[in-house]
Design a protein around this ligand. Structure first.
Ligand SMILES: Cc1ncc(COP(=O)(O)O)c(C=O)c1O
Length: 428
């Protein structure tokens, strides 16, 4: 089993002073915003699917930073690429007034990683606009849909509307929290951004009713991660594609959490064999080592909406992120992580369903690939997460009622057995 302690090649103590766990917690309390409720573990090392604390206690990371660590922590090939670029003096941020070779290589690799997006606009290839955190690329997608509505559909600027879904999660910046259905995410942060209509996830009739002359796009997570690990009914994505085509709307898929192999397909939309007009990726795109996200679309649409001065980002597409991105996508391909997610996910889900049949606590098990939710009767999933932590497993709740199981896609058979043994202990 790979839960054998292996120190990382660089000892952090060479760069940082040693601080005790209690000092770490005290510093956060004193100098940090209290915007996360943390589990009581101070992580000192992360490798593969394992996280280690100062006392050497090891935890199987079955959360993987909400899918950001899909390739496992500190994947050696991605780390090596980053170290080489730093040692070779080609990693630091470069002013966007000049070219860098790695940006070109990253754009090509990413554009070709997805099928032709927005095929109704022609087989023009894809174009990619890189940003940092995921929410930035969600906003880029929103800009694209609004611009399309104004320029191509003749909607008055300022009147464009985008259809979104209840229980969505697209990040934390003002525009995106403006259409969150979770009051805590937006209360007190007004004035909020107008131009969004929210309907029930999975309900095509509600989507049809929400379309009007000002509608320019539909923004959806093909499966909802933060909203409770929700899988839409079969045909939902195909139905959205149809509505978008019938009404000349841009269909935008946020695959920040469910893309890049997480659900057992390279992209979640492949489960329904549809293609969006715009695709948003983040998290695992850089192997979990630097912030990196992208908005991708048909080359024709990208050229329509974005030209000199209409968008930009100092760090978006900077060399170190591009190096990480190329390496992470290469690892996903070379190590067959998409197929592995499908295979290991099917095995894990079947075993969890077996436990669920005997458990008085489980309401439902749902998911695809290594994106699995265990909904708890009575809705207190965090109680079970805390017990799992004591047993050496890191997971968290999604929407209060569901335990989210999303380990690195590299998870081995032995690691799955380790997880199942502990799930049995807390659920039976
Ligand atoms: C579906 C989805 N969209 C957007 C985001 C926001 O990404 P970030 O936190 O990198 O801004 C997240 C983060 O969890 C997400 O799951």
């Amino acid at each position: 089993m790979s839960n054998v302690s292996t120190r990382p090649p660089v000892d952090a103590a060479n760069c940082l002073p040693h601080v005790s766990d209690s000092a770490v917690i005290e510093m956060e309390e004193r100098f940090g915003a209290h915007h996360y409720e943390r589990l009581p573990v101070v992580v000192r090392e992360a490798r593969g699917a394992w996280i280690t604390d100062a006392a050497g206690k090891r935890y199987l990371d079955c959360l993987a930073a909400y899918s950001a660590a899909n390739t496992g922590h500190h994947h050696p090939k991605i780390v090596n690429a980053l170290v080489q670029s730093l040692m070779g003096n080609c990693g630091s941020v470069i002013s966007n007034v000049v070219y860098t070779d790695v940006l070109g290589l990253f754009l090509e690799k990413t554009a070709n990683f997805a099928p032709q997006l927005g095929p109704r606009f022609g087989e023009n290839g894809n174009k990619v606009l890189p940003k940092n955190g995921g929410v930035e690329s969600v906003e880029t997608a929103i800009k694209m849909a609004r611009y399309y509505g104004w320029k191509k559909k003749g909607i008055e600027d300022g009147k464009q509307e985008i259809i979104v879904f209840n229980n969505n999660f697209h990040g934390r910046m003002i525009t995106v929290v403006s259409f969150s259905s979770t009051p805590k995410y937006r209360s007190g942060f007004g004035p909020l951004t107008p131009g969004f209509v929210s309907v029930d996830f999975g309900d095509l009739e509600q989507v049809k009713k929400a379309v009007n002359a000002n509608t320019c796009g539909i923004l959806v997570e093909p499966m909802q991660g933060e909203g409770g690990m929700n899988i839409p009914p079969e045909g939902f994505l195909r139905g959205l594609r149809q509505i978008a085509d019938d009404n000349d709307l841009l269909l935008l898929f946020d695959e920040i959490q469910v893309g890049l192999g997480r659900t057992g397909r390279r992209f979640c939309f492949e489960h329904e064999n549809v293609r969006p007009d715009g695709l948003i990726l983040g998290k695992a795109l850089s192997g979990g080592l630097v912030p990196l996200s992208v908005f991708m679309t048909n080359a024709r649409l990208m050229d329509l909406a974005f030209n000199v001065g209409s968008d930009g980002s100092t760090f978006g597409g900077y060399p170190l992120a591009c190096v990480a991105g190329i390496a992470a996508l290469t690892v996903i391909e070379e190590e067959g992580l998409v197929e592995r997610s499908a295979r290991q996910g099917a095995k894990l889900k079947a075993a969890i369903e077996e436990i669920a049949r005997k458990s008085p606590h489980v309401k439902q098990v749902r998911g695809k690939g290594l994106f699995i939710g265990i909904e708890i009767n009575g809705g207190r999933a965090m109680d079970f997460c805390r017990r799992l932590l004591e047993l050496g497993v890191i997971v968290n709740d999604s929407h209060g009622h569901t335990i989210r199981i999303s380990p690195p896609l590299t998870i081995s058979d032995e690691e799955i057995d380790y997880l199942l043994e502990r799930l049995e202990r807390v659920l039976l």
